[in-house]
Write a protein that binds this ligand. Structure first.
Ligand code: SF4
Length: 64
């Protein structure tokens, strides 16, 4: 699994990288960046929760 962030929807308020700094970082102005790490099968529920926590619906979880 991996995350995809729709940069047209991201407004940069930072819930993703606050909730899951192991998967997300931010750029210089606060927009989300996805870290190049593997999401394990056992982390699916947590990953789905992080995606759902984005108020803009900018985060999608997709199969690799
Ligand atoms: S929570 Fe959503 S809108 Fe906020 S920085 Fe992360 S991806 Fe962008």
């Amino acid at each position: 699994m991996r995350f995809v962030v729709d940069t047209d929807l991201c407004v940069g308020h930072g819930r993703c990288y606050t909730l899951a700094p192991q998967w997300f970082d931010c750029d210089d102005v606060g927009y989300a960046e996805i870290k190049d790490v593997v999401i394990g099968a056992g982390e699916r529920t947590q990953a789905e929760d992080v995606a759902a926590a984005c108020p803009e619906g900018a985060i999608t979880l997709v199969e690799k």
